[in-house]
Design a protein around this ligand. Structure first.
Ligand code: GLN
Length: 455
């Protein structure tokens, strides 16, 4: 088996199924084949191989790639051809993975179903009438449909874990600052984090190992000097481990079939020797409101750079400078992005700042403290990743508030900056259900160990 064979297989699979799935926005076939040929020369020699040697990978289209369009699935960036690579792209190349293309997403990573893509919706490989989740919709669907071996996504409020859960694969959001955000198109900078989407937990450990590490080009990158060996954490041994189950994660609004799968998962953890106890994270009910204020506020500031001058598509309809801004933005952004910019601008405006942004920051601190209190006595927190299995395409597009409430179980983790993984834990009427395992800051090893033992 050669790397060329793997890359061939990936493109063949894409040609066979992606017309139905809609996971890809762009392919990089010429480069991928050239890279494969180069890697093939290493076969049969004793030159050491990278951790991801020869593996075909996909990248969410908000991760910038030199010479390969990066659109964030937005009309605004439909002509954006970056002049540099994101740090994670460089790291994947160092690990000798092969990037085969760029993956669909909700526009600027705003959404939870993939339906906010300005290009096309992605479909759930398990059921074409259902959404794959989002915003890393293409990343999750491409892995689940076997089009790539792994993908990278980004998670601001659940966008790796929730689509992983809906598509029956593994998705991990690392500790904030562990993976460089240099070259990740900013949505909400204090929450955004890049992470792996893979078929299983072992693959997740390999990909995570390859992309972590301090990056002087990202001012929020953590200066961690001793990165653990994540693979050696996969011992299968969770004897005596202390597991917390928050009662708020199993209450009202959680689909009974999801609860059932999670309770079964908990019995498996107990049978492996873990001690599971109920706890409370009392501020959970305020997480969605706080997140949508904070994320929208940060987005309104970050997206001010799209003015029709510096990046992307400029309107043809303007006669003066103000109209360049006005029309470029009216024509370039989709409805969800506009809604967030307006909400965020309002929340940050003078006179409202204290009532909304500042208040939300205080709630964020309370949510972080909830986790600190629990982690004083427990190793991990577990619960469902999402309240329901994948819903139907079109079912929630007209109802942003219902869509926002789907994020209740993933958002608190981003607000607290801690790591979490979603691992498949069965099905509800043919659709996958995900178990979420949440850990202490920089304790990815324990999160991976629990998910791997369970899997
Ligand atoms: N669904 C959430 C939102 O729309 C999360 C998005 C994300 O994590 N990028 O903001």
């Amino acid at each position: 088996l050669t790397v060329t064979d793997l890359v061939d297989a990936s493109y063949r699979r894409i040609a066979d199924v992606d017309g139905r799935i809609g996971a890809f926005l762009a392919l990089d076939e010429e480069n991928a084949r050239r890279t494969a040929q180069q890697l093939d020369k290493q076969l049969g020699t004793d030159e050491p191989r990278g951790l991801l040697f020869g593996l075909p990978a996909g990248l969410k289209d908000n991760i910038v790639t030199a010479g390969l369009a990066t659109t964030c699935a937005s009309k605004f960036l439909s002509n954006y051809d970056p002049i540099y690579d994101a740090t994670v792209v460089r790291k994947l190349r160092d690990a000798q993975a092969v990037t085969v293309g760029k993956l669909n997403m909700d526009e600027f990573a705003m959404g939870g179903s993939g339906e906010n893509s300005a290009v096309k919706p992605t479909r759930n490989p398990w059921h074409p009438d259902h959404v794959p989740g989002g915003s890393s919709s293409g990343s999750a669907a491409a892995v689940a449909a076997g089009e790539v071996y792994f993908a990278l996504g980004s998670d601001t409020g659940g966008s790796i874990r929730q689509p992983a859960s809906y598509c029956g694969i593994v998705g991990m959001k690392p500790t904030y600052g562990l993976v460089s955000r240099f070259g990740l198109v900013a949505f909400a900078s204090s929450l955004d984090q890049i992470g792996p989407l893979t078929k299983n937990v072992e693959d997740c450990a390999y990909v995570l190992q390859s992309i972590v590490g301090h990056d002087p080009q990202d001012s929020t990158s953590l200066n961690v000097t001793d990165i653990p060996d994540y693979l050696s954490a996969l011992t299968g041994d969770i004897q005596g481990l202390r597991v917390a189950l928050p009662k708020e994660y199993m209450g009202e609004g959680i689909d009974p079939r999801v609860k059932e799968r999670v309770l079964e998962a908990i019995r498996v953890l107990e049978s492996l020797g873990a001690v599971v106890e109920e706890v409370s994270l009392p501020h959970t009910e305020y997480a969605v409101a706080a997140y949508y204020l904070l994320a929208s506020s940060e987005a309104s500031s970050n997206l001010a750079r799209y003015d029709g001058v510096r990046y992307g598509v400029r309107t043809d309809n303007a006669g003066n400078l103000l109209d360049v801004y006005r029309y470029s933005r009216s024509e370039g952004f989709g409805p969800e992005v506009k809604r967030r910019i307006m909400l965020g601008t309002y929340a940050l405006s003078s006179g409202y700042y204290d009532a909304y942004y500042l208040k939300a920051q205080k709630v964020r601190t309370l949510i972080k403290r909830d986790f600190d209190n629990v982690f004083a006595n427990y190793d991990v927190v577990v619960g469902p990743t999402a309240p329901t299995p994948a819903f139907k395409l079109g079912e929630q597009v007209g109802d942003p508030l219902t869509m926002y409430l789907n994020d209740i179980l993933t958002i608190p983790v981003n607000l607290a900056g801690i790591p979490a993984i979603s691992v498949p834990c069965g099905f509800a009427d043919g659709l996958p259900v995900g178990l979420q395992v949440i850990g202490k800051a920089l304790n990815e090893s324990t999160v991976l160990r629990v998910a791997h033992a369970f899997e």
